[in-house]
Design a protein. Sequence first.
Length: 834
Amino acid sequence: MRPILSELADEYCSEVRQYVREPDEARLSRAYEFGRKALAEGVGVLEMATIHGKALESVLGDEGRTGGSGLILQRAAELLLEVLSPFEIALRGYQEANSELRTRLEELRLLEEELRNQNDNLATTGEAIDLERRRYRDLFEFAPDAYLVTDLQANIQEANSAAGKLFKRRPQSLAGVPLAVFVSQKDHRKFYVQLASLKSSGVDDLQDWHMTLRADQGGHFPAAVTVRVVRDAEDRPSGLRWLVRDITEQKRAEEERTRLLAREQAARAEAEAAGRLRFLVDASTALTVSLDYAVALSNVARLAVPYLADYCAIDVVEESGEVRRVGVVYADPAGAEALLRLDVLQQNDPGQAQGVASVLRTGQSEIYTEVPDSWLASAAGNAEPGLPPHETGPKSAVFVAMVLQEQVLGAISLVSVGSGRRFGPADLALAEALARRCAVAVDNARLYQQLIVERDKAEKASRAKDEFLAVLSHEIRNPLMPIIGWARILKTHKEITGNKVLSEAAQSLERNAQNMVRLVDDCLDITRITERKITIERESIDLNQVAAAAVEAIAELARAKNIEFRVKLAPKALCFLGDRTRLEQVVLNLLTNAIKYTDSGGSISVTSRNVEDEVELLVEDTGTGIAPDFLEQIFEPFRQGTANWLTSESGLGLGLTIARRIVQMHGGRIWAESEGIGRGSRFYLRLPFVSAEATRSDVDLRPATAPAKARPLRILLIEDAEDILALMKLELEWLGYTVLTARDGISGLELAQREAPDLIVSDIKMPGMDGYDLIKELRRIPKLASMPAIALTGFGMKRDTEAALAAGYNAHLCKPVDAKQLSAVIEQLAAKQL
């Protein structure tokens, strides 16, 4: 035995002997101090039990002979309890072990017969206590969570290693520190309120708290705290036990889970939205497949089942007010009979307070997440006798109106049956979006039908106008032809040329007749251009040639007004792609316009040049001039620049409008410049330049001389207008032709068969057999089938030319025609026959 143990054994034996003899509180206090001393010297419980056993043997040996061994054992046990009190305090928290020790000590008092075994029991008890102490310490120290022992005011008494790590302090330094020190400022009040509630509740159950704690170095973290009240042997609250866990990762995981859940919900919502969008796109496509809205809406109904519902019906309010069902689709045809018995699906029942009839009346949507029992009752009441009810009745329904501009155009009915789908706000919104598209489709279809009707009316009116213009043109051109022809003849007659008054009268007659021809041509051209019925034939053209031809054609008019022409054309070809006839018309309009508004004695200059990638023609005059604010207006129909212009010459003001439209159709531009009234004007024409040689037209319209042939060509002239017939016969005979004449198609055909002329010139509009029938009959006769034929008519529209050529004529000329121009075409066609 160690020396200290011997010393303690002697001291303890003395204390036992004295207490057995004279028990008092002072000796018990000394026994407690003895236990603290023994604990301080490193004496264990088992060693203390051994010391007690030897002391007990000694006392029993000395005192037991006098009797009262039971009393000795009792008092020795009391003393031992005091000695072991410090050991119990050192092993706080293990009440089970202390209770077992007290139980065993109590058994020592109660079981006198087991005195001999007391030492063994004490030794066993000491070993168990030591084992429990070590196990408690291991559990306490190696627990993964922070474990704290505090008093009732939450002042820390003990803390394990995990607590030190959590609060970033050494565990030993935590003793005596209030736990509130580690509670974040924002949770202080909450902590004290919960602590007070815990102590006053009288309940020892575990309580779970959540709060924000902070470590010694200031780092904050969320914590889950489990706390309970610990009671002493007298069932009084003696302290608190705390389990503290850092739930930062748990919080992060929960937040991540929340984010993932939100992302999943968003993705699901996006997928559903994308699905709804695809459905609406498909529905929009289906609505555009046909302009018959009944067909289009029927296609939509087929799309809605089964995507939206198990049953879809689409009703349309006709313009007459009648409601017509244009589309109905069932996912399960077997249930159709049961659905048809539902009053809410009857579109022509104005008395219904719910369903499609109600929606058609009010224009307000209706949604029934659960179908009312009254619907099913009405369906059962409407059933035919002996008709078995359908197993799967309607579960949910949506009715939406097709509304556009506050007008109800129809309704869509959607019913869920076998799928068990329950309609919600998203389904209602989708159905309303579909209804809006259907309403637009119905309205567009009706507008299209109205447009077709209006278009037909407009086309009919346009045809009537074209026919009127054609007839007007024909009726004006026919009398103009003899007027112009005889005026041309008269002005060259020697008796006229010798008389100044008569000569000027003949020239005036021809000039004004030509003006009338231009007016007719302008009316026809502006109509064709406005209605986009004019076509441009493109070929490589030299602007110099176009300008020269126009100057030559207008020169006589300028001379008659004593206007000087100055022409300065570029030395090289100025080529562009265009329609020669139309461009000559443009230049003629510019020159005619310049002559019209230039006084006698004035001058007009025509200049051509190449400007970068364009060819330019400038027509400049010394005439009336143009007010600056009218420079653009002169190109508008029926505008002529100023009020002064209106009094200067006659005209409709269409020439410049036609010129600009034709130039624009060629990709060019035309504009006017002027310094003001009385200072002349300049007109610029520019067209895209192309590097190509100018080509000649198919028909050379240069004036022809009398044909130099072995015999004159024999021309059959067929014309119902006597004045025109006489004039043309005279002019052609002057040009050296032999002319046969006929007043109608029938006599002309007979004469052609009998005389076999070299060429036929025929009018189109004639009584009996017109020019079209004439040429068709002519082409059926073998010996006349290849005979050249020219249609000469007052009808000058493009379709008239096409109709004449299609009927069998080789060329088409419009009245009034110059004899030399007609001769040029005759010679060209005759040359092809050789």
